[in-house]
Each structure stands twice: as C-alpha cells, then as structure tokens.
Design a protein around this ligand. Structure first.
Ligand code: PCA
Length: 219
C-alpha cells in the first residue's frame, strides 16, 4: 500500500540568502522512500499566500499526510510543533514577511484559538533522538509565517473533516549559514536531510496499514 506524503519548505526570508528547509525538500524530492509517494513544494514566506499555495498543493496531490517544514534560526534542535495558534504577527520589525507585511496580534481566521498537530509529534521526536539527532517537541511555532501556515492547514483539514495527518517541523540553521552568522546554533544540512527522511518514514508508520497505533492530536 502506498501513501502520499506532501513535504514543504520555504524560500529564504528576513534578509538571509539561505533557507535550509527549501534545500531540504528539494533534495528530498530526488529520494525514494519505500511505500511512500513523495510530493514537495517550496512555499512563499508571505502571510496568507503561504496557506493558499499549500492548500492548492494539498488539493492537487490529495496527500495522506502533510509535513510542513520551516527554519527556526536560533534553535539548536529539530522541533516537531505540537500546536498552532490563531494569531499572526510579531512586534519585531525584523519579522516582516517577504512583501514587507508586518501584522500585529491579528487573528488568522475564525477558527479555534489553537489547533494541535495531527502528526505523531512524539514518535517523530523519539525516532530522531534514537538516530542521534537532537530533537525536542516544541509547544510554540511562534506567530510568524510558519505558525500561520500550520494553523491555516490544520483549520482547513478540520473544516473538511479530512483524515489527512498534518503538522509542522522547525529546523535549526544549517552549518553553511554560520559563514555569515558565526554564533548561530546549527546542524549540517546532511544531518537535517537524514532527519527529514526519518520524519517521513515515521509518519508513514502512523498512516492506515503502517502498523503503528493511532495517536491523539498533539501527542
Ligand atoms: N521560518 C519562518 C517562516 C519561514 C521559515 O522558514 C517561521 O518560523 O515562521
């Protein structure tokens, strides 16, 4: 039985030339994972448009699971996100999106205050640690474009009554980014490529017929 998994990253943002998550999904697109039909997309770092582009990909590929990935510069571990909140915007002007839009404390939509990931976040985190890759479950995806994407995706699937598993993984900076910013916590891109593959394989186990028991949202 083959499962379709959609994996997304983003274009660079915030004045940086590199977003490792765009590179990660581009290299993932060339890999084959047994029992998985992979689809990938690189999303714009633009409020609202990120969700529109992602939902168009979801409509096109009709995935069994969606793993959206983004950069969290400053974090030192790979962090599956437990929850998305119905808030967009930060008071930090460095966090304008790629069109210069910088909302503050606005609701994303008319859905619930927060939505839990339906991906098996703890299983992903444990699989990464078991492979020697630093990881912890995060309880905040922030309030910038990544949270916006995760919330928009989960709210859409919830409204559709969809069984598609979905969630978000934040990745640290890549080692090559330290050429411009030497003090950034980082991981080599190859380690993060391995991590993303492990995340895909773990999620596949939690899809129907994959063998793993069903887990509740956010766990
Ligand atoms: N990280 C940002 C948006 C795009 C990305 O890769 C975030 O954490 O919101």
């Amino acid at each position: 039985m083959s499962h379709t998994i959609l994996v997304t990253g983003y274009e660079p943002f915030g004045g940086r030339d590199i977003n490792p998550t765009g590179q990660l999904v581009t290299s993932l697109a060339g890999r084959s994972v047994p029992g998985v039909e992979l689809h990938t997309a690189v999303l714009p770092v633009v409020y609202d448009e990120c969700v529109d582009v992602l939902l168009a990909e979801v409509a096109r590929s009709e995935p069994d699971a969606v793993i959206a990935c983004g950069l969290a510069a400053g974090r030192s571990e790979i962090t599956p996100e437990r929850v998305a909140i119905n808030v967009k915007g930060t008071s930090d002007p460095a966090y304008a999106d790629n069109t210069g839009t910088c909302p503050l404390d606005e609701p994303i939509g008319d859905g619930p205050d927060g939505l839990f990931a339906t991906l098996p976040v703890r299983a992903i985190q444990r699989a990464l640690v078991a492979a020697g890759i630093p990881s912890s479950v995060s309880n905040t995806a922030g309030s910038f474009v990544c949270n916006n994407t995760m919330y928009g995706l989960l709210d859409h699937l919830r409204r559709q009554g969809s069984a598609t598993l979905a969630g978000f993984i934040h990745f640290p900076a890549s080692a090559e980014m330290t050429a411009a910013e030497p003090s950034l916590p980082n991981l080599p891109l190859e380690t993060m490529e391995r991590a993303l593959l492990i995340a895909v394989e773990t999620v596949a186990e939690y899809l129907p017929g994959g063998g793993a028991p069903e887990v509740s949202s956010g766990l």
